[in-house]
Design a protein around this ligand. Sequence first.
Ligand SMILES: NC(=O)c1ccc[n+]([C@@H]2O[C@H](COP(=O)([O-])OP(=O)(O)OC[C@H]3O[C@@H](n4cnc5c(N)ncnc54)[C@H](O)[C@@H]3O)[C@@H](O)[C@H]2O)c1
Length: 434
Amino acid sequence: MKITMVGTGYVGLVSGVCFSDFGHEVICVDKDPAKIAKLEAGEVPIYEPGLDALMARNVAAGRLSFTRDLAAAVDGADAVFIAVGTPTRRGDGHADLTYVMAAAEEIAAALTGYAVIVTKSTVPVGTNRQVARVIRKANPAAEFDVASNPEFLREGAAIDDFMRPDRVVVGVQSERAKEVMGGIYRPLFLRDFPVVYTDLESAEMIKYAANAFLATKITFINEIAALCEKVGADVKSVAHGMGLDGRIGNKFLHAGPGYGGSCFPKDTQALARIGQDHAVPMQITEAVIKVNGEVKRRMTDRVVDLCGGSVNGKVIAVLGVTFKPNTDDMRDAPSLTIVPALVGAGAKVRVVDPQGRKEGEALLPGVKWVEDAYQAAHGADAVVLLTEWNEFRALDLKKLARKMETPRMADLRNVYSPKDAKKAGFETYISVGR
Ligand SMILES: NC(=O)c1ccc[n+]([C@@H]2O[C@H](COP(=O)([O-])OP(=O)(O)OC[C@H]3O[C@@H](n4cnc5c(N)ncnc54)[C@H](O)[C@@H]3O)[C@@H](O)[C@H]2O)c1
């Protein structure tokens, strides 16, 4: 099949590359000339493990190409995917659909024959019908259907998630569109991965409901963690004991500095807005948003407490700033709340992150970037472990402590044990919920 992917960010690029690996002919479009220039030169503009090799293989096989020319890419396509950003709209929390609707208009003008226009971006209920209206208005003669195909991949494990999904969700309103979508996902269907067909509205809702549920699970354990600290319980044991219950499951029960990233913050906010608009307030989701903000602020307070009540003039080494390991994505990362608060309170912050510097330099003014954890810890008053990259999971704690002015650690990902930290020479070690 011939597929056009509009938007080659984390979702569009991974989806485009994986579709080409299924054997489809894929053209990826982006309006960012720098991105397309890189892709044409064989470079991957984002950090996503394994993506470079898979991309190179499919470009070499002649199934995958990149362009800025949307009209040429849409010509003759069986399906055109919209995978552009849907950030939070300034001021009101709604998903900003400007990019989606602009893409729909451009696609409409370029349609030459029947195609399914598939929204992969995360969009509020009703958006696919709006996309259809925009296309019909811009090109009344166009022959098309719309389909909703929300994406569930996780950055850092995106290829595996796309190739071995828990499920694929497809919202359609015609048999013809269902056939095209079935053809696209046939390689997964043949390997018994569930493809769930539903109506447009349900598909759109599944994505928000799933993300809000996961954000709730994380926030729940973060709130339990705060209580564990007060009552002398260990949140790791609590999560383990809870998670073994098959009805609960052990995923997303790791206490930490609050959820961040490109999806949960904006999608929970958007769902809350959708609820308000329909006079069905999403009270649980609203509470989750509030509590998550408090969790992030609580982490800053804990670091200040660790430093004896003030960080003014103190040297603080921050290990990891991306919102999670194995990505260079900094969108809504907890570091963007915690690090500026420390800098604002007078701390001299040193930062180390295997992939975060490119994005992070502009987002975290006033910090010093260093190459590794030991360099960051040299002469420091505290180490804060904020993102659990593998290289921060197996630190030589003794060596780290020895380098420091005062060996204190805030392990906000519960990577180490209080016993090991003490044994290594840390005079104070705090973590989350223990
Ligand atoms: N990042 C994730 O982990 C993830 C996971 C699931 C779903 N999603 C959803 O997928 C969507 C895309 O997210 P992302 O993280 O890939 O965004 P992104 O910001 O990384 O990429 C969006 C890309 O679209 C391009 N673009 C915008 N308008 C365009 C146009 N008219 N023509 C061509 N290109 C255009 C931009 O230049 C950019 O490269 C969002 O709705 C997001 O909620 C993201």
